[in-house]
Write a protein that binds this ligand. Structure first.
Ligand SMILES: C[S@@+](CC[C@H](N)C(=O)[O-])C[C@H]1O[C@@H](n2cnc3c(N)ncnc32)[C@H](O)[C@@H]1O
Length: 258
């Protein structure tokens, strides 16, 4: 099985600038927690997989780390290179990383692992490129009751005619136990778990609509924008901006010392 990026699947390049503008920095509190929990500092060799527009690369570089990034989307990679000029950023899928065995100290996935086609292959690649005793950090959104944006997504689903199920099961990627499970299955030992508040603060309702409907065409935004506006209303701040409570969960796990 090959894992060469398929240009037809690259919807991220078209939204790279909007991603950077609207979502780029919002997980910074979790990124800082990740750098602290992994002890990233001068000389740490850190590889960020699914590096997006490069915000973690820039933070790690400013902490003195030697940083590399991989992302399947050429448009995201262009912006990551601009955000972290000293970093070695490559267009590459998580499932086939072009780095040698044992060549990095820390591998990170921030809001990425759940998006991969084959998370087992992605984790196997992370373990391969890590040195013995290296650290893998996985960060993603926590359960929906910690995430105000779930209200907006529920309104969109209802508008689409999807049945409302009050007992809808949680997405396993948003729970601690399943993520722990995939890390353990990959041969890693979880050493640290932390939930970090990452509020999404947006300047006005137009930006809320652009952010939530990222990647939709003009017709989709015209049709669904009013639903987003109405659902966002409870989250309007006194200054006219919008503030959504969101929590991210960080797990840090270690590879065997060999
Ligand atoms: C939600 S964004 C997160 C970007 C960044 N990690 C952040 O936290 O801002 C997901 C990113 O993962 C990348 N991605 C998704 N699947 C991937 C895969 N299998 N291999 C490499 N990159 C992938 C996308 O191109 C996109 O840049």
């Amino acid at each position: 099985m090959t894992h060469a990026p398929d240009p037809a699947d690259d919807h991220w390049s078209a939204v790279a600038q909007d991603w950077a503008d609207l979502w780029g920095t919002f997980t910074d509190p979790a990124r800082r927690a990740l750098l602290a929990a992994t002890g990233t500092g001068p000389g740490t060799r850190l590889l960020d997989v699914g590096c997006g527009t490069g915000e973690l690369l820039a933070l790690a570089a400013s902490a003195g780390a030697a940083v590399s990034g991989a992302d399947a989307s050429p448009g995201m990679v262009d912006r990551a290179r601009a955000a972290a000029p000293g970093a070695d950023v490559r267009v590459a899928p998580a499932e086939a990383l072009p780095w040698p065995d044992g060549s990095v100290d820390v591998v990170t996935f921030v809001n990425v692992l759940a998006l991969t086609d084959d998370h087992e292959a992605a984790l196997a690649e992370a373990v391969r490129v890590l040195r013995p005793g290296g650290l893998l950090a996985v960060c993603g959104w926590a359960e929906r009751e910690t995430n105000d944006l779930a209200v907006v997504h529920a309104a969109l689903a209802a508008d689409d005619g999807e049945p409302v199920d009050p007992d809808e099961p949680e997405d396993p990627w948003h729970e601690e136990a399943p993520v722990r499970g995939v890390l353990t299955d990959a041969g890693l030992t979880v050493e640290h778990v932390e939930v970090v508040e990452v509020p999404w603060a947006v300047r006005d309702v137009d930006a809320v609509v652009r952010g939530v409907l990222l990647g939709e065409d003009a017709a989709g935004v015209a049709e669904r924008g009013p639903v987003v506006r109405a659902a966002a209303e409870p989250f309007r701040a006194p200054d006219g901006g919008y503030r959504f409570r969101v929590a991210a969960r960080l797990l840090v796990a270690r590879t065997p010392a060999r």
